[in-house]
Design a binder for this molecule. Structure first.
Ligand code: FES
Length: 167
């Protein structure tokens, strides 16, 4: 191609554009150092922010909530309720004359609802055969790696009151 009035054979835009193609991939030591320093600084600031937030973190305060009347359910029977939020489903099991236990009903594997198997005396998740101990919510079998969160109960007069959830 011929360019009138100019000695160079390169197109005008290439002459005016100051970056040389051969230099585009070349990263100087100074540029690399600048990138590493800025990235490290960003990570440092992020970690300081997380640390400061952890200093001021307060565990959520759980409400006291009546979940059942004592003797309302027979031994071996269950009652479902929600605690502490309306979408946190829990299961209450009467395991003895004066014994009650309660857990989150959400399986710690993939969140299916667990149910109480009276014949096996354990909590069972039907999705992947995850079984939990009724005594402490620990995993007996299956893919779940964590125990069920336990709802702490307190007798208050003739009522059972949920006071806290312990993971
Ligand atoms: S969701 Fe409960 S075992 Fe998988």
């Amino acid at each position: 191609m011929r360019w009138f009035g100019r000695a160079s054979s390169e197109p005008l835009w290439k002459e005016e554009f100051s970056v040389r193609t051969a230099d585009e991939r070349y990263v100087t030591r100074r540029q690399l150092t600048k990138f590493l320093v800025l990235t490290s600084l960003g990570m440092f600031v992020g970690n300081v922010w997380i640390f400061i937030r952890s200093l001021f973190y307060r565990a959520p305060a759980y409400p006291r909530q009546t979940v059942a009347k004592l003797g309302e359910i027979a031994v071996g029977q269950v009652k479902l309720f929600t605690y502490p939020a309306p979408d946190d489903h829990c299961i209450l099991v009467r395991t003895g004359e004066n014994q009650y236990v309660s857990y989150s009903q959400k399986c710690t594997h993939l969140s299916c609802a667990v149910y109480y198997s009276q014949s096996n005396d354990r909590l069972e998740c039907p999705c992947h055969q995850g079984f939990f101990s009724i005594k402490d919510g620990s995993v007996l079998q299956g893919p779940p790696s964590r125990p069920l969160p336990r709802v702490i109960l307190e007798a208050d007069g003739e009522y059972l009151v949920a006071t806290e959830v312990k993971a």
